[in-house]
Design a protein around this ligand. Structure first.
Ligand code: FES
Length: 98
């Protein structure tokens, strides 16, 4: 299992390896991650990975293209696109809209 802590809400939950974080956020609205397109187009769900980046699936080209538009660093991911691929501890902070 992997522990996921969402900021700034502070909501923490445990997920299995292979879990898509969009599903976790749907099941736990207390995480307070906003979504819109859910398909790597809008950037609404950007989260900064404060801990555990190696526990997330690698970014694909469509995700990287969106992050590039926003000028984000490599520590930012689209929460609608990531899966948990390893066990450990994750800390994700919602990026405020620009
Ligand atoms: S919800 Fe639009 S990019 Fe994730």
């Amino acid at each position: 299992m992997t522990t996921v802590r969402f900021l700034p809400s502070g909501y923490t939950c445990e997920v299995k390896v292979g879990t898509a974080l969009v599903d976790t956020c749907d099941e736990h609205p207390e995480a307070e991650v906003p979504f819109s397109c859910r398909s790597a187009s809008c950037g609404t769900c950007r989260v900064r990975v404060k801990e555990g980046a190696a526990l997330l699936s690698k970014a694909q080209d469509d995700e990287l293209d969106v992050l590039d538009v926003f000028g984000d660093g490599k520590d930012v991911r689209l929460c609608c696109q990531v899966q948990v691929v390893g066990e450990g501890s994750l800390v994700l902070e919602v990026v405020e809209p620009q």
